[in-house]
Design a protein around this ligand. Structure first.
Ligand SMILES: [Mn+2]
Length: 195
């Protein structure tokens, strides 16, 4: 079972994350941030990852710490679940449309954390959610999971649609990249022999 479990507690947030890569998309999400719950729920569904995320954070200040720290814990849990990365496809990319918005996500499950994030929001808020937190999440997640992750929104107007295309794009790209490729025969997909 490719599973990971992380508990992370600071003065700002108290977080519990558990995930199973080869799941069915079952999600139990309670972050205290409504829009972020929606994003993690659809992430789990489209990645077919079973995901539980509970965050008790200082949302009386704003949502920043809760979203960023959830990204850190989720990244750590995924890294744990991946282990030695034997047999995985490693690379994947997807163009994810959400009505008028289109986002391209390319991922290398490389162990070499890097984020390129070319998504701009004209609106500062989606409801009460700060749109700049989308990038904060992707940054925290990519760095802690050890992913080389490129996200670019090619076009789009509605901030809710743009954010959703990013999270669904991440989900669909990861679903492919994390899949075990039978042709790899259980080998680490690198000429170096390790990722
Ligand atoms: Mn939506």
């Amino acid at each position: 079972m490719r599973s990971g479990e992380v508990k992370r507690r600071t003065n700002e947030t108290d977080i519990a994350v558990s995930l199973t890569i080869d799941g069915t998309g079952k999600a139990e999400i309670a972050t205290g941030v409504g829009f972020f719950d929606h994003m993690l729920d659809l992430f789990a569904r489209h990645a077919l990852i079973d995901l539980k995320v509970v965050v008790k954070g200082d949302t009386h200040i704003d949502d920043h710490h809760s979203v960023e720290d959830a990204g850190i814990a989720l990244g750590e849990a995924l890294k744990q679940a991946l282990g030695d990365k034997k047999g995985i496809r490693r690379y994947a990319d997807v163009h994810l449309p959400m009505d008028e918005a289109l986002t391209r996500v390319a991922v290398d499950v490389s162990g070499r954390p890097f984020l390129v994030f070319r998504t701009a929001f004209e609106a500062q808020k989606i409801g009460t959610f700060d749109t700049e937190l989308v990038r904060e999440f992707f940054q925290a997640f990519a760095i802690n999971a050890g992913l080389t992750l490129h996200v670019e929104t090619l076009y789009g107007d509605n901030a809710h649609h743009i954010a959703e295309s990013c999270f669904k794009g991440l989900a669909r790209a990861l679903r492919q990249a994390l899949e075990v490729d039978p042709r790899e025969g259980g080998r680490v997909p690198s000429t170096k022999g390790a990722l």
